[in-house]
Design a protein around this ligand. Structure first.
Ligand SMILES: [Zn+2]
Length: 103
């Protein structure tokens, strides 16, 4: 006879944002909305340099997770354009032929 593993019963509560159910434990961990909501509405602050010449300042751009990913993608692209020697295979785009040499 084998014993059923005692699972901690997940107490659910209503997500204040979408009304869906979320585990109470999640709130105990410091989250106030369900997984769905926190993924959708996660905001990222990104320092952005503004101005030209001597007059520059750093602004904090607040982006959604989606915007942030797009921004990072753009940043990576820009960097690989500046330093074309730094091979980053993940970011290779365009009409390149990739020759595998270590065969
Ligand atoms: Zn929710």
């Amino acid at each position: 006879m084998y014993q059923t593993k005692t699972m901690e019963k997940l107490e659910m509560m209503e997500c204040p944002q979408c009304g869906g159910s979320m585990p109470v434990k999640r709130r105990e961990l410091g989250y106030h909305v369900c997984v769905n909501c926190s993924t959708v509405s996660a905001k990222r602050g990104v320092p952005v340099m503004r101005g030209t010449g001597d007059h520059t300042w750093v602004d904090l751009e607040v982006m959604t997770q989606e915007q942030f990913e797009r921004y990072e993608e753009m940043e990576n692209k820009t960097k690989s354009e500046i330093r074309p020697n730094k091979a980053n295979k993940d970011n290779l785009q365009g009409p390149f032929t990739i020759v595998e040499t270590d065969k």
